[in-house]
Design a protein around this ligand. Structure first.
Ligand code: GRG
Length: 294
């Protein structure tokens, strides 16, 4: 994996930390209820990298979108992402005890609370988008999130993943690519294109960036499952290999998977050429995605 230069690393780390702090502050204001459901929702949102929310804020900045509207959209995608992780960790799905180095929601509370917190994170995301003062382009943004997260997007990817567990043949590279582009790629694409959509601008360049980034992200995730340190990753590793699951690493081999991730990162950066130097932070995000340790 390519080493990331220290200046670039620092600039990206600062930009990501600032996005995390703004999204967290916004969450504190918008999700301030005192009951256990609100507490479980906040717990599910906090502690992650907030990469999707960061992509929303950066693409919004590139397109001069109002910051308050962008922040609502950034929190909305973090809610959808958090819901997917809470439900994915349940015993009926991946059955995980640890997420981000902390007990999963159903371990800290119980399964009923995890189902409800996930459900309400999902509906809250759409409430946030409906409240955001986005103007004439609100509907495509809201519709896009419903599509990216639902039956033809993330949920469909999860369904393909579950079906693969009982399939007689391991998945092919094409099948894995389709599964992953739905399971993780769709939310990443929505996030990276959100700024262009909110501005009513052409989202082609950001879409090409996001498609390459989403795949690179997933390959990096598969590499982390093989090479990662559970303490740094914050969850169990080597689950895929132990379960005999087909992944980019099992199909391509570790070295080719790393080369593929590097190539996709370069494709993602090239896609941003029309934005010139203004897109440097998004390029750094792509470099970060393939070199991350968690
Ligand atoms: C249950 C409907 C439903 C969907 C679940 C996204 C998903 C579908 C499951 C997550 C399983 C998983 C670990 C997928 C690998 C890619 C991924 C989404 C990793 C976690 O995303 P990060 O690294 O997480 O951005 P943080 O903790 O930083 O938020």
């Amino acid at each position: 994996m390519a080493a990331v230069g220290s200046d670039q690393t620092r600039r990206f780390a600062d930009a990501l930390a600032e996005a995390q702090s703004r999204i967290t502050h916004h969450m504190d204001g918008r999700l301030a209820g005192h009951d256990e459901l609100h507490a479980a929702m906040r717990y599910a949102i906090l502690g992650g990298k907030m990469l999707r929310g960061f992509l929303v804020l950066e693409s919004a900045r590139l397109h001069g979108v109002d910051e308050a509207a962008a922040l609502e959209a950034a929190l909305a995608i973090e809610c959808i992402h958090a819901y997917s992780l809470v439900h994915d960790d349940l015993p009926c799905m991946d059955d995980d005890d640890l997420r981000r180095g902390q007990p999963t929601v159903h371990r800290k509370w119980d399964e009923g609370m995890a189902v409800l917190a996930g459900d309400s994170l999902q509906s809250f995301a759409f409430e946030l988008l409906a409240d955001a003062k986005i103007g004439p382009h609100a509907l495509p943004l809201i519709r896009g999130l419903a599509q990216a997260s639902g039956k033809d997007g993330m949920v469909s990817g999860q369904m393909l993943d579950i079906a693969a567990e009982s399939a007689t043949q391991p998945l092919s590279l094409d099948q894995i690519t389709k599964l992953q582009s739905r399971k993780t790629g769709c939310l990443i694409s929505w996030s990276a294109t959100a700024g262009a959509v909110m501005a009513g601008a052409d989202d082609g360049a950001l879409r090409r960036y996001a498609e390459a980034l989403g795949l690179a992200f997933q390959i990096a995730d598969d590499i982390l499952d093989v090479e990662g340190d559970a303490a740094k990753v914050g969850k169990a590793v080597r689950k895929d290999a132990d379960a005999g699951k087909a992944t980019f690493v099992s199909l391509l081999g570790l070295e080719t998977a790393k080369e593929r991730a590097q190539m996709l990162m370069e494709q993602a950066c090239d896609a941003l050429t029309p934005y010139g130097p203004a897109a440097e932070t998004l390029k750094e995000a792509a470099r970060f995605v393939i070199s991350r340790e968690s």
